[in-house]
Unconditional design. Structure first.
Length: 248
């Protein structure tokens, strides 16, 4: 079976490592190319976009793909929708892998919002110094906020407009709670903004904010396409892929 794994997440890399070593499987992993120095999965890798639904459909046909696993970031709504549409048009089996989102604990001061513009509105009354951990593509949503200072953490430098008062911190997780707590204290952070990405790689910032009693603006995930089948782990995705192999 020739299968496409979409995404550079930890779950995608785990699945690629498992499947690439098994007889009867040819695995191609596809990364969006938005990170300058990505962590590459095992096996064959392609980097870059497909050109929308039509481009993806053509690529799937040309490369004889028989199954798709969408293990992209929970906020990569565009490619998820394109993959679902292309798979439906070609009658290919598709599975979406989505790690569980974070859940608030006792002592958390979360403000849940539906999107980044709503997050920008929410931080207006939360203090003068805001910590943005939303990835580089979401930063322009805060560019017009001139009255606050922002600490912006991302793997690569953001593109597009930035808030006039900011500090850019380039770093890749995982992060330790002690380090996150020290960072919040050192920069005198009043509030944190994050996407509900889930997982342990960047969860330490939530623990640090809870310890310090800081409010956290949490951006909700976009929904999966209607009728989408999903699992939460790479192990469950591997079970599905093996079952799809048996049924082909």
């Amino acid at each position: 079976m020739r299968a496409l794994i979409l995404g550079g997440t930890r779950e995608a890399r785990m699945l690629a490592e498992t499947a690439s070593g098994e007889r009867g499987f040819e695995i191609v992993s596809s990364l969006a190319g938005r990170v300058r120095d990505p962590l590459l999965p095992a096996g064959e890798v392609r980097i870059g976009g497909f050109g929308g639904v039509d481009g993806l459909r053509t690529w799937l046909s040309d490369n004889r793909i028989e199954a798709i696993v969408d293990a992209t970031h929970p906020f990569a709504g565009g490619i998820t929708a394109h993959a679902a549409a292309a798979a439906a048009s070609l009658r290919l089996p598709i599975l979406h892998v989505r790690r569980p989102g974070w859940t608030p604990r006792q002592g958390d001061r979360w403000i849940r919002v539906p999107d980044l513009p709503a997050a920008a509105r929410a931080v207006a009354g939360l203090g003068d110094r805001i910590f943005l951990t939303i990835g580089r593509q979401g930063v322009p949503a805060f560019a017009e906020l001139t009255g606050q200072w922002f600490l912006i953490r991302a793997i690569d430098p953001p593109e597009g407009a930035l808030p006039p008062r900011h500090e850019l911190l380039l770093a890749r997780g995982p992060f330790a709670v002690a380090d996150e707590t020290a960072l919040l204290n050192d920069r005198r952070i009043d509030a944190l903004v994050t996407k509900d990405s889930g997982g342990a790689q960047t969860e330490a910032k939530l623990d640090a904010a809870r310890t310090l009693g800081l409010p956290v603006v949490v951006v909700d995930r976009p929904p999966l396409p209607e009728g989408a089948r999903s699992v939460e782990t790479a192990a469950a995705a591997w079970d599905w892929l093996r079952a799809a192999h048996r049924l082909r």
